[in-house]
Design a protein around this ligand. Structure first.
Ligand code: DX5
Ligand code: ZN
Length: 221
């Protein structure tokens, strides 16, 4: 089985929103592989962030993949807008509170030319995503409850990362395994050992003085 590239996806939720363009260019120059964009509607999660306009802004700054994480209700209604704004992957939540047809949304994401991502909250049993795994390109295991940056990493989520790796092999499926929440050099190493290859990080990059050193640290260098 080919090893997957280790990819760093800074979460711009933690960037300096007052100088967003500069901060995005700085993190790209520092070696980011993807950009992670957290979309929050104040309904599915208890916070409000930004929408397609910020995805479009990022699209104008780079050709690197834009990884859009939809923490919103009725994601199916907004998928076309995020695809048009320039998203490369769009990730939706499996929980019923997201109020959408999960299988339909995954199909729609691919039909709009994007990679289909599926994610689950820490409290959600892994069994809820298993049936969808043959139809995803990205499995995102939340390592914090979504809604805010700067929270503590939950090591017990490693069981889900391992299960995702096992099923990928047994199903002959083809998806990246991404982790999000409290990722720093120490927790990234643990996630890598358990099978993850894409690392979202906000605080451990944007709240430091040297973005390049922070990204090298997440790569274990
Ligand atoms: C939380 C978001 C994360 C968050 C990560 O709901 O999905 O992407 O911004 O931030 P840190 O790395 O600070 O935990
Ligand atoms: Zn996220």
């Amino acid at each position: 089985m080919a090893t997957r590239p280790l990819l760093i996806a800074p979460s711009i939720l933690a960037a300096d929103l007052g100088h967003l363009t500069d901060d995005i260019e700085r993190v790209l120059a520092a070696g980011a592989d993807w950009l992670h964009l957290d979309i929050m509607d104040g309904q599915f999660v208890d916070n409000i962030s930004f929408g397609p306009a910020i995805v479009k802004l990022a699209r104008g700054l780079t050709t690197r993949p834009l990884d859009v994480h939809l923490m919103i209700e009725r994601a199916d209604h907004y998928i076309p807008r995020f695809a048009e704004a320039g998203a490369n992957s769009i990730t939706v939540h499996v929980e019923a509170e997201a109020k959408h047809d999960v299988a339909g949304s995954l199909r729609a994401i691919r039909e709009h030319g994007c990679r289909a991502g599926l994610t689950l909250n820490p409290a959600t049993p892994f069994a809820e995503v298993e049936a969808h795994l043959p139809n995803v390109d990205l499995l995102l295991v939340m390592t914090v409850h979504p809604g805010f940056g700067g929270q503590s990493f939950r090591p017990e989520m490693m069981a889900k990362v391992r299960r995702g790796r096992e099923l990928r092999e047994s199903l002959g499926a083809d998806y990246d395994i991404e982790v999000d929440g409290g990722i720093n050099p120490e927790t990234a190493r643990l996630c890598l050992e358990n099978g993850a290859n894409v690392f979202v990080a906000g605080t451990s990059i944007f709240k430091t003085a040297d973005y390049a050193a922070a990204i090298r640290g997440l790569r274990g260098r």
